[in-house]
Design a binder for this molecule. Structure first.
Ligand SMILES: Cc1cc2nc3c(=O)[nH]c(=O)nc-3n(C[C@H](O)[C@H](O)[C@H](O)COP(=O)(O)OP(=O)(O)OC[C@H]3O[C@@H](n4cnc5c(N)ncnc54)[C@H](O)[C@@H]3O)c2cc1C
Length: 434
């Protein structure tokens, strides 16, 4: 790679995109906060995002209900992510529930966000901290270079090479980590992926009981895709959102697997729409909105310096290098609709160690979001959005510190990292024994 590439491309070759202290790849749930935190910590920071909008699964995946910032009535995740929730509320785009100590369901504590407002608020934050943002830019390759990392970016106007002292992989699929040859692991049976669609509210409403009954029959005789719930058809004609599961291919961390997933999900949705339109009184039915990308729960995860186990997680272990908290039950979806859930004992919540953000043996690379190092059950809880944001904040600060010292990410002093996170108003785990 590197200079050898230049002869392979168009006459203008691979252009120089400049040098940065920190480059964050993926401007989704975790990445936007990693970039803002690195820049706030003094690093010259680049944020690379393949889509035309920030937010990742929260915007293009239609999953705009982050959890959980509070545990047992106490705020456990804060900092830039909480500031942005408050900013979204100010803009009329966040519905923050009362954070009662023991809600009926854990998800009652999730915040309902308007995806447009969230995307626009992310733009504001990235701009405020002076992050250089490249949208419509896909990481094409990565390799070590002169004590840092060279990144090849595919852009509309050709290929570009940028150099960074440290990078944070927030692609959710550990793209950069894999390109750099660090090990990743994957469960043998992945959780299902999900597509969000919103139906047209029909006026007058058809006979809803009869539609539900017909949907039951259609499921049996194959007119509806196998994982669509009959009551979803009823919800759709009321103008509501539904999310339905789609089998997640083992290679959904690559473009070919993702392509098969997206096409299969839309083909199934079209089958649902055709079924509904054939029902008396539903001739005008269509979808009013859909998420441009499938929500993917799980692909590969890094093998880190520490691998968080389900037992570490649910016992509320306070890691010696803990950098943030986490609170959500273990929540592993099994196709088609079963969920393996394990809840915390009252008063407990988990912590996330910094070493779970470090690919094993890495000096210049960190990861944040849903590809951090944990076993499959622990990750099924750690993947929720508030935790992704908090790991983004921690990885961004750590990358900035390591870049500033020209040292390895493995040598970042935990006290200095916690001090920087504290300065940025993040909430640190309690009971840390220094
Ligand atoms: C169906 C579903 C329901 C869920 N429900 C909840 C819930 O109720 N509450 C909750 O808190 N969490 C929920 N989650 C979990 C949560 O939404 C995700 O785990 C989390 O958003 C992942 O964040 P991330 O930053 O790791 O990835 P993402 O938010 O997906 O961000 C990754 C970003 O990287 C970009 N990217 C990827 N590859 C490249 C590349 N090569 N070059 C450039 N850019 C790249 C992507 O475009 C994207 O913007 C749910 C997830 C799913 C799928």
């Amino acid at each position: 790679m590197g200079n050898n590439l230049e002869g392979l491309f168009s006459p203008h070759g691979v252009r120089d995109g400049g040098r940065f202290d920190v480059a964050v790849i993926g401007g989704g749930t975790a990445g936007a906060f990693a970039a803002a935190s690195a820049a706030d910590a003094g690093a010259k920071t680049l944020l690379i995002e393949k889509n035309g909008v920030l937010g990742g699964t929260m915007t293009v995946g239609g999953v705009s209900f982050p959890g959980l910032f509070f545990a047992w009535g106490e705020q456990i995740i804060g900092g830039k992510c909480w500031d942005l929730i408050k900013r979204a509320e100010e803009l009329g785009g966040a519905d923050i529930p009362e954070m009662i100590r023991v809600p009926k369901h854990h998800f009652d504590l999730q915040i309902r966000l308007n995806p447009f407002v969230w995307a626009a608020a992310l733009d504001e934050m990235i701009n405020k901290y002076g992050v250089k943002l490249l949208l419509h830019t896909m990481l094409a390759d990565a390799c070590p270079e002169n004590g840092g990392v060279a990144l090849i970016l595919a852009q509309k106007d050709g290929m570009k090479k940028v150099r960074a002292k440290k990078i944070v992989d927030c692609t959710a699929d550990a793209d950069a980590v894999r390109m750099l040859g660090f090990p990743v692991e994957k469960s043998t049976s992945l959780q299902p992926a999900t597509l969000y669609v919103r139906g047209t509210k029909l006026d007058p409403q058809p006979d809803l009981d009869a539609l539900g009954a017909e949907a039951e029959k259609a499921l049996e005789d194959g007119r509806l895709p196998p994982w669509v719930k009959p009551r979803s058809c009823v919800k759709l004609v009321k103008g509501l959102d539904i999310s339905y599961h789609v089998d997640c291919p083992a290679d959904a961390d690559g473009s070919e697997g993702k392509t098969r997933l997206e096409v299969a999900a839309r083909r199934d949705a079209l089958k649902v729409a055709e079924f509904i339109r054939a029902f008396p009184g539903c001739e005008k039915f269509t979808f009013d909105a859909f998420a441009p990308e499938c929500g993917v729960r799980e692909t590969c995860r890094i093998v880190g310096e520490t691998v968080v186990t389900a037992d570490d997680y649910i016992s509320g272990r306070v890691f010696p290098d803990a950098v943030c908290n986490a609170f959500y039950p273990i929540d592993r979806h099994k196709p088609p609709y079963a969920i393996h859930q394990v809840f915390f004992k009252e008063g407990e919540y988990a912590t996330v160690p910094y070493s779970a953000l470090i690919p094993r043996g890495s000096d210049d690379v960190l990861a944040a979001g849903r590809c951090i190092s944990a076993d499959a059950d622990a990750l099924s809880a750690l993947r929720v959005q508030a935790v992704c944001m908090a790991t983004g904040q921690a990885a961004g600060c750590a990358a900035a510190i390591a870049a500033g010292l020209s040292g390895s990410v493995r040598e970042v002093d935990i006290k200095s990292l916690r001090a920087e996170l504290k300065r940025q108003n993040a909430i640190l785990p309690k009971e840390i024994k220094e």
